[in-house]
Design a protein around this ligand. Structure first.
Ligand code: ZN
Length: 110
């Protein structure tokens, strides 16, 4: 029988715990939409090797949720914030310059 020094039990237990919940950790880090289901499968069936493998495959199955950027603001372009939406005149529909209080075309108050 393998005898381990007492000080190794805690780190080995933590590593084992992390390894056991690896599918859940992977799912959470990928913002998987079924992270709760993966957690439950991992928790209740992870002790059986096949349940653990299914949970891990499930965690890796779908692509991570990607925040959809507005058109023209895709990857490679860096914007700190989207430009303010153009204000349209309620009477004629002409875009109104930011800060203006009257429509430039028809003169209606904004
Ligand atoms: Zn107008």
């Amino acid at each position: 029988m393998l005898i381990l020094p007492a000080f190794l039990f805690l780190p080995l237990g933590l590593v084992g715990l992390l390894l056991y919940f690896l599918p859940t950790i992977v799912a959470a880090s990928r913002h998987h939409s079924s992270v709760i289901g993966i957690l439950l499968l991992n928790f209740f069936l992870g002790w059986s090797v096949i349940g653990w493998i299914i949970a891990l495959v499930w965690a890796l199955s779908r692509p991570p949720v990607v925040v959809v950027a507005a058109p023209g603001y895709g990857p490679g372009l860096s914007y700190t914030a989207a430009p303010p939406a153009a204000l349209l005149c309620s009477r004629c529909g002409t875009p109104i310059a930011p800060g203006a209080s009257f429509c430039g075309r028809c003169g209606a108050p904004v």
